[in-house]
Design a protein around this ligand. Structure first.
Ligand SMILES: CC(C)(COP(=O)(O)OP(=O)(O)OC[C@H]1O[C@@H](n2cnc3c(N)ncnc32)[C@H](O)[C@@H]1OP(=O)(O)O)[C@@H](O)C(=O)NCCC(=O)NCCS
Length: 186
């Protein structure tokens, strides 16, 4: 799969240098960082390291991630980053990917996350032969749980207080979609 996609309202491409200022700004927002792997003291240096480590034209090798930038269609890149979707390639299982999504707060509540994820699911299954795509969210993160249900992912279960995260035991809700499930619902 190429890593360039377009939806009705979004251009999706690998995160680039010009995106970093906006990327760091929303990663530093405590509400955005709350259920994510980073903390609000996230810096430009952290973002540059992430960018240097990611592939720019291909899906990541097993165990690695690529961060795709979301820009509104028709606006110049870099000025307009509204969020990102991360694709991780499973370290062990073939053709298995995990997705994560983040939007800048000004762009919540407008269906951008669903639109971006739907296009990326489609591309992974149709163009890259994905077998299984998984997503997970903290059980307290209602916005993401609503989003994953709206996307039609299958709830696989809860990892009850199984994740030591930011100083406490937390519960992860796990979702997935198989290639055959994606084919059946087309
Ligand atoms: C998770 C996150 C991306 C969800 O964002 P979101 O704005 O709720 O999701 P969407 O872009 O799909 O927008 C859907 C919302 O827009 C509303 N909406 C507005 N116009 C709409 C339209 N035309 N069609 C569908 N929904 C629409 C929906 O009702 C929905 O609101 P609701 O969740 O209150 O019911 C966002 O909360 C976020 O960035 N959180 C911080 C990072 C994070 O925790 N990520 C999860 C880790 S995987």
């Amino acid at each position: 799969m190429g890593l360039l996609l377009r939806t009705e309202r979004l251009e999706i491409s690998p995160l680039a240098e010009a995106d970093l200022e906006a990327f760091v700004a929303y990663r530093r927002d405590p509400d955005v960082a709350r259920y994510q792997s980073w903390t609000p003291d996230y810096t430009q240096t952290d973002a540059r390291s992430l960018l240097a480590a990611q592939p720019s034209t291909t899906l990541p090798v097993p165990g690695d991630w690529v961060q795709l930038a979301l820009h509104p269609v028709g606006l110049s890149q870099g000025m307009t980053l509204i969020g990102d979707v991360a694709i991780g390639t499973d370290p062990v299982q073939p053709d298995t990917y995990e997705l994560g999504v983040t939007l800048a707060p000004a762009h919540h509540g407008q269906d951008f996350a669903r639109e971006a994820l739907a296009a990326i699911l489609e591309a992974l299954f149709a163009a890259h032969g994905a077998h299984r795509i998984v997503m997970q969210g903290d059980a307290r993160n209602e916005a993401v749980l609503r989003l994953l249900r709206r996307l039609g992912l299958r709830h696989e279960g809860a990892v009850l207080e199984g994740d030591w995260f930011k100083g406490e035991w937390t519960t992860l809700e796990r979702f997935a979609l198989l290639r055959r499930e994606w084919q059946e619902r087309r």
